[in-house]
Write a protein that binds this ligand. Structure first.
Ligand SMILES: NC(=O)C1=CN([C@@H]2O[C@H](COP(=O)(O)OP(=O)(O)OC[C@H]3O[C@@H](n4cnc5c(N)ncnc54)[C@H](O)[C@@H]3O)[C@@H](O)[C@H]2O)C=CC1
Ligand SMILES: O=C(O)CCC(=O)C(=O)O
Length: 526
């Protein structure tokens, strides 16, 4: 039974699938103190949050079974993603479910800001009738500069265009084609900032975007500009915004998000030019249902070992590619495990060479699988998430290359591991209808099915050596399923790979090692 801990309010309809799942126990506890949270996380297999719960490195450290942290929403800035990655925990989000709601909310803020709707309403409730004080401005023909033209930025652009606004956008990843398709003018950051009657930020909060809008940026803006932030507190320097409003440079600001949430007695909230909402961008029935459905499905997939799509700390693999790579994944993992087990010492360099049909695919997920397989011999708790991190931490270099010659095979994958003691390799292929095969170990041609218990023996090619190995194993009741031998020259260096039906004892290995012809015996589990 998997324990799924939910610590922020999520839509009941959205988590229906989790509640129905027979292998899941849903524990919903909001408003937990840090101590209570640490206690609950210890036994959780999955944690589902919105933006309130702060998933810190300290909290992640307490988790003993946690496989996934799911953010029902877009921004993962409340989650210590590197700490999760180090621990091999997948972080998933729901990037699409609240796009429309947030774009609509931003547009609502844009209109409210232009027509002073919140201020006028407050005044009316106070018994006043101040029509002259709340004269607004039209959106028609005004320029809206969007900083960050991703999902929400693009939806906002469409709405602004419908209101006959000119839209200018800055986004480092914005292509000319996309800008043209959306009917927006692509600009540099400085151009966009200088052009806008309205400036709306829609980037994630990162090291690069923290205080992206600051004192220097305000200086570049038009006088009387209006500013919107429905993305993340911290993208705009709040002190600089306060000063710019006080000085008259900025005519008004609409804020859904703050550097500290809740903002408490924030100076910005004392200014009549500022309108604000308490982080409501995604707070619609539809968005909350969408994001909860999306992350519930992802959590179930991850807990059940099924493919999933929206991992923040894993490269995303399109479903079509995933399907094409699937047959190679087992081969990749087994090759990584095999070669790591026959190589003495800790890996320094791992070189993967692909040849044949597999080279037509994006092979990086296979390389990650090989790395996971190779590292799992030396380290515990290695998975797809933390394998590159663990490799980097231990100074293991990974090199991926493609070769043009597949030596008559439809496809080949060669994994070479270099340690401080030696360099070994294994080459594998997929045989049509017959599954995975190792066809070469170092320079020895073989035909080994990489599964179960194997004995890898290095020896001198001498008459009777193979028979004596068979006799020793037979005497110990160890049945040999298949046996492969390979040699470089007659009487020279040779290898044996035996598939045996059960693991052997150390005593058997020691007896084999006492044979004159035998140089090493390694037991391999795949
Ligand atoms: N107020 C609310 O309730 C909600 C807020 N959000 C926030 O809105 C923001 C945007 O969300 P989405 O559009 O879904 O994300 P997205 O990932 O689709 O778009 C973000 C865009 O920002 C661009 N970008 C990154 N760094 C940039 C930089 N330095 N300058 C300019 N552009 C840059 C990226 O290229 C990308 O196109 C996120 O911060 C998210 O957390 C999202 C949903 C609800
Ligand atoms: O959960 C929420 O309501 C906040 C949504 C949000 O900010 C996001 O998805 O990034």
């Amino acid at each position: 039974m998997y324990k799924v801990l939910i610590t922020d309010p999520l839509s009941d309809q959205g988590i229906e699938k989790l509640l129905q799942a027979e292998d899941v126990q849903v524990v919903r506890k909001t408003g937990l103190s840090p101590d209570e949270l640490q206690l609950e996380i210890e036994t959780a297999d999955a944690l589902m949050v919105r933006s309130q719960t702060r998933v810190t490195a300290e909290l992640i450290e307490k988790a003993r079974r946690l496989k996934v942290i799911a953010r029902a929403g877009v921004g993962v800035d409340n989650i210590d993603v590197p700490a999760a990655t180090r621990k091999g925990i997948v972080v998933v989000n729901a990037p699409d479910g609240n796009t429309i709601s947030t774009a609509e909310h931003t547009f609502a803020m844009l209109i409210s800001l232009s027509r002073n709707i919140p201020q006028a309403y407050r005044s009316l409730l106070a018994g006043e009738w101040r029509r002259k004080d709340f004269v607004g401005v039209e959106l028609n023909k005004k320029t809206l500069s969007i900083i960050g033209l991703g999902r929400i930025g693009a939806e906002l652009a469409k709405r602004a265009k419908a209101f006959r606004m000119n839209v200018v956008a800055y986004d480092p990843y914005l292509s000319d084609e996309r800008a043209e398709k959306l009917g927006v003018k692509k600009a540099s950051f400085e151009e966009a900032v200088a052009a806008g009657d309205y400036i709306s930020v829609h980037t994630p909060l990162t090291k690069e975007t923290r205080h992206l809008i600051n004192r220097d940026t305000f200086a570049l803006m038009k006088d009387g500009v209006r500013i919107l932030n429905c993305a993340r507190g911290g993208i705009i320097d709040e002190e600089a915004l306060y000063e710019a409003i006080q000085s008259g440079k900025v005519a008004g600001a609409a804020l859904d998000v703050f550097e500290q949430e809740p903002p408490g007695d924030h100076p910005l909230l004392t200014l009549p030019q500022v309108i604000a909402t308490p982080h409501l961008g995604a707070s619609t029935v539809e968005a909350q249902e969408n994001v909860a459905i999306d992350v519930s499905e992802e959590v179930l997939h991850i807990l059940r070992g099924e493919p999933f799509k929206n991992a923040v700390n894993l490269p995303s693999i399109p479903a079509e590619l995933q399907q094409k790579l699937q047959p190679y994944q087992e081969l990749a993992e087994k090759l990584g495990q095999f070669v790591a087990q026959i190589t003495k010492g800790a890996p320094k360099n791992i070189t993967v060479t692909y040849a044949g049909e597999v080279t037509k695919l994006d092979i990086s997920p296979l390389t990650r699988t090989i790395l996971k397989g190779a590292l799992s011999h030396h380290l515990s708790d290695v998975n797809y998430v933390n394998a590159p991190h663990l490799a980097q931490q231990r100074g293991v270099q990974m090199l991926e290359q493609k070769a043009s010659n597949s030596h008559g095979f439809t496809q080949l994958i060669k994994v070479e591991v270099e340690t401080n003691q030696e360099t070994r390799s294994a080459t594998g292929t997929l045989l049509n209808g017959l599954g995975t095969r190792i066809i070469k170990i170092d320079e020895y041609p073989v035909d080994v099915t990489p599964e179960g218990h194997l004995l890898f023996i290095q020896h001198l090619d001498q008459p009777g050596a193979i028979g004596r190995v068979g006799t020793i194993l037979g005497n110990q009741g160890v049945n040999i399923a298949t046996m492969q031998v390979g040699r470089q020259t007659i009487g020279g260096q040779a290898i044996m790979v035996l598939r045996i039906d059960k693991p052997v004892t150390q005593e058997v290995i020691d007896t084999l090692k006492q044979m004159n012809e035998i140089q090493s015996v390694t037991e391999i589990d795949l």
